[in-house]
Design a binder for this molecule. Structure first.
Ligand SMILES: Cc1ncc(COP(=O)(O)O)c(C=O)c1O
Length: 354
C-alpha cells in the first residue's frame, strides 16, 4: 500500500525538556488510514497533526467502539532511535479490535507507517534520560448510524508525544488505595482489550483515590472483590519471601507487554516466578508480617513504579520500609537499559528508525 506524506508548513517549537509532563505535547505529524467494507484499509497518509472531523452519531462516541495502544521510541546512547517491542503492541491491537468487533490491521503495514512517522518527527524524540517519544495508536468506529451494531467504517491513527515520567513521584514509591467499591473490568467483559471504555470505567475510582491523597487504585476482581488484578493502568507484581508473584492473565487483566518483558528477565535471572491468584487478605497479612518485601506496578508509561503503601478498608500498611526494593530497582535499571543501550538486543525486541 502506498503512503502519502503531507508535511506541515507550520512546524511547532520542540520542547527541550518534557520532565514532569506526560502527553502535554504532540508532534507535527500523524498517520491516518480509513476502512470500509468494500475497500478494506485504504488511504494511508501522514498529515500535519490536528483535529479530525467525525460524525456525531459514530459508534466510537455512541457505543464505545474505540481502542488504542501505546508504546515508546527511545533515543539510544548511539544516537539511533529505536521502537521497543512494537510487534507485541501491534499483536495486542488486533486482539483489542477482535474483542470490539472492529477490523484487524496489517501489523507490517502499520509498522512501516509508524517508522516513517517517527522518522519524520525524529527531532521530537527527547534526549534526556527517562524521557521518550510515546506512540499512541487509536482505532475508532466512524460510520454515522443509530442502531447498536458494529460500524462498517473505521479510522486508524497514530500520533506521537514526547513524554517524561508518568507519575509526579517519578521512580519514587507511590501510595495506593485498594478499591473494593469500584471495579475496572468484569469477568467476561473487555478488560483484556485496550478499550477506551475501560479507562472511562476507572476514572471515578482514581479521582476519589487522588482526592484522599493516594496516587492510584489497586483493582480487585469483579466477582469476589478478593483477588488483586492491576494497579492503576499497570500490571502488578510483588515479592513474597523468595517468590515473585503476579496475577495470572484473564479476561479482566490487560496483558501488558512490560509484564512479559519483566517475567522473561526475572526467569532469566533464576528468580522463582509464579503467575497465581493473590488474595487481598494474603497480601495485607504478608505486608504486616514482613514476608511481602516489595511490590511494584509495571507498564509502558511508568516502566516500573514501586508501591510504598497500601490503604485497604481504612487501614494503611507500608510495604517493608516504604522505599524502593532491590528487585524493583534492578528491573527498572535493566528494562530502561534494554530501551536505550546501543547495540544490545538479544531478544530482537527493538526496531531501528532509519
Ligand atoms: C490497564 C493497563 N494495564 C496494564 C498496562 C501495561 O501494559 P504495557 O506494559 O503493555 O504498557 C497498561 C498500559 O498500557 C494498562 O492501561
Amino acid at each position: 500500500m502506498t503512503l502519502a506524506i503531507t508535511r506541515t508548513t507550520a512546524p511547532k517549537p520542540i520542547p527541550q525538556d518534557v520532565s514532569g509532563t506526560f502527553g502535554a505535547y504532540f508532534t507535527d505529524h500523524m498517520f491516518l488510514m480509513d476502512y470500509d467494507e468494500e475497500r478494506g484499509w485504504h488511504d494511508r497518509r501522514i498529515v500535519p497533526f490536528g483535529p479530525i472531523s467525525i460524525h456525531p452519531c459514530c459508534s466510537a462516541i455512541q457505543y464505545g467502539q474505540s481502542i488504542f495502544d501505546g508504546h515508546k521510541a527511545y533515543r539510544c546512547e548511539d544516537g539511533v532511535i529505536r521502537l521497543f517491542r512494537p510487534h507485541a503492541h501491534l499483536e495486542r491491537i488486533n486482539k483489542s479490535t477482535a474483542r470490539l468487533c472492529m477490523p484487524a490491521v496489517d501489523p507490517q503495514d502499520v509498522l512501516e507507517a509508524m517508522v516513517a512517522l517517527v522518522g519524520l518527527d525524529r527531532d521530537w524524540v527527547p534526549q534526556r534520560p527517562g524521557q521518550a517519544l510515546y506512540i499512541r495508536e487509536t482505532m475508532i468506529g466512524t460510520e454515522g448510524f443509530m442502531a447498536v451494531r458494529p460500524a462498517k467504517q473505521y479510522t486508524f491513527m497514530i500520533f506521537l508525544s514526547p513524554v517524561g515520567a508518568y507519575y509526579a513521584e517519578g521512580a519514587d514509591p507511590v501510595k495506593i488505595l485498594v478499591s473494593d467499591t469500584y471495579v475496572r473490568a468484569a469477568r467476561g467483559g473487555i478488560g483484556a482489550a485496550k478499550a477506551a471504555a475501560n479507562y472511562g470505567a476507572s476514572l471515578l475510582a482514581s479521582e476519589e483515590a487522588k482526592a484522599q491523597g493516594h496516587t492510584q487504585v489497586l483493582w480487585l476482581d469483579s466477582t469476589h472483590r478478593r483477588f488483586i488484578e492491576e494497579v492503576g493502568t499497570m500490571n502488578v507484581m510483588l515479592r513474597i519471601g523468595d517468590e515473585i508473584v503476579t496475577p495470572p492473565l484473564s479476561d479482566s487483566i490487560l496483558p501488558g507487554v512490560t509484564r512479559f518483558t519483566a517475567l522473561d528477565l526475572l526467569r532469566h535471572w533464576g528468580e522463582r516466578v509464579s503467575e497465581r491468584d493473590i488474595a487481598i487478605d494474603e497480601l495485607i497479612a504478608g505486608i504486616e508480617d514482613g514476608s511481602v518485601s516489595e511490590m511494584w506496578g509495571i507498564g509502558t508509561a511508568a516502566v516500573v513504579s514501586p508501591i510504598g503503601a497500601l490503604t485497604y478498608r481504612g487501614k494503611t500498611v507500608t510495604v517493608a520500609d516504604g522505599k524502593t526494593g532491590p528487585t524493583t530497582a534492578k528491573l527498572y535499571r535493566e528494562i530502561t537499559t534494554l530501551h536505550t543501550q546501543a547495540g544490545r538486543d538479544h531478544h530482537g525486541w527493538r526496531i531501528d528508525v532509519p
